[in-house]
Design a protein around this ligand. Structure first.
Ligand code: PGA
Length: 262
C-alpha cells in the first residue's frame, strides 16, 4: 500500500509571514483531503512556524536538508534532533540543487538517511540524471549508482520510511516535464534497484515521487501511471491555488490509487 504524497518544495522562497499567508489561503482549498499525504518544505527560517501552523491539519511540513549529527561545530547546519524538537518529521535529502551548487554527495546523503530514520524522520531522497547523461544513454547507470550509494548499509527496517523522488535535472524548473512513460520507466528502474539494495518488500512499499515541472496541467497524466506514487513540486507549489489544483488531481484510470503495489 503506497499512499500518494504530494510535496511542495519551496526552495529559497517565502519569509515566515509569506509562508503563513500561503497556509491561510491553502488550508480551506484542501480541507478534508485524505486521499494523498500533503507536505510542504519551507525554508529553515519558516519551518518551526509552518510546523506549528499545520498541527492538527492534513498538511505536514518538512525540512529541505539536515546534517546527520546531533550537534557540533558545523556552521550553517541543522541537526535531526533540532528538527524533531520542533515537531518536524520529514526531510528532503540530496536535492539536485544541493548536489550541483553545494557539493552534496550520496555518501553524505547515506549518513543523513541513517540519521533521519534513527530519529523517526521520513527521508525524501532525490535522484535524477543530467540531460547529457540521458542523451549519452547513461540514465540507467546513473540512477542505479545514485540509489546504491544512498542506500549503502541501510537495512530493510531502516528503509521502512524511505521515499525517493525521481527528479531528472533537465526537467527541474525548465517547464519541460518528463513524459509519464519516461518517468514510469525510471521509477521501475529505481524500484528494482531498491529491491537489490534492500529487498523486494521494501521496494514494493517505497513511494517513488516524480519531480520536475509538475503543474496543474500535467499532474493527472503523471498520476495515472501506477509507478508514480506522488510528486515533488517546485514552482507550482508556491501559489496556493495551483498547489491545491495539483493536490486534487484526477485519479481517473487509476481508481485504486490507495492500493498501489509493485
Ligand atoms: P520544479 O522544481 O517543479 O520547479 O521543476 C522541482 C524541484 O526542484 O523539486
Amino acid at each position: 500500500m503506497r499512499k500518494p504524497m504530494i510535496a511542495g518544495n519551496w526552495k529559497m522562497y517565502k519569509t515566515p509571514r509569506e509562508s503563513l499567508a500561503f497556509l491561510d489561503a491553502f488550508f480551506p482549498l484542501v480541507e478534508g483531503h485524505t486521499r494523498d499525504e500533503i507536505l510542504v518544505l519551507p525554508t529553515m527560517s519558516s519551518l518551526a512556524f509552518v510546523v506549528e501552523a499545520t498541527e492538527g491539519t492534513n498538511v505536514r511540513a518538512g525540512a529541505q536538508n539536515m546534517h546527520w549529527l546531533n550537534e557540533g561545530p558545523y556552521t550553517g547546519q541543522t541537526s535531526p534532533t533540532m528538527l524533531v524538537s520542533i515537531g518536524c518529521r520529514h526531510v528532503m535529502l540530496g536535492h539536485s540543487e544541493q548536489r550541483l551548487y553545494f557539493s552534496e554527495s550520496y555518501e553524505r546523503v547515506n549518513l543523513k538517511i541513517k540519521a533521519a530514520v534513527n530519529h523517526g524522520i521520513t527521508p525524501i531522497v532525490c535522484v535524477g540524471e543530467l540531460l547529457a547523461e540521458r542523451e549519452d544513454g547513461k540514465t540507467e547507470e546513473v540512477l542505479r549508482s545514485q540509489v546504491q550509494a544512498a542506500l549503502r548499509n541501510i537495512s530493510p527496517s531502516e528503509a521502512r520510511r524511505l521515499v525517493i523522488a525521481y527528479e531528472p535535472i533537465w526537467a527541474i524548473g525548465t517547464g519541460s516535464t518528463a513524459s509519464p512513460e519516461i518517468a514510469a520507466e525510471a521509477h521501475r528502474l529505481i524500484r528494482a534497484e531498491v529491491s537489490r539494495c534492500c529487498n523486494q518488500t521494501t521496494a514494493e512499499n517505497t513511494r517513488i515521487l516524480y519531480g520536475g515541472s509538475v503543474k496543474p496541467e500535467n499532474i493527472s497524466s503523471l498520476m495515472v501511471q501506477q509507478e508514480i506514487d506522488g510528486v515533488l513540486v517546485g514552482g507550482s507549489s508556491l501559489v496556493p491555488t495551483s498547489f491545491a489544483e495539483i493536490v486534487h488531481y484526477e485519479s481517473v484510470g487509476n481508481p485504486d490509487v490507495h492500493e498501489r503495489s509493485a
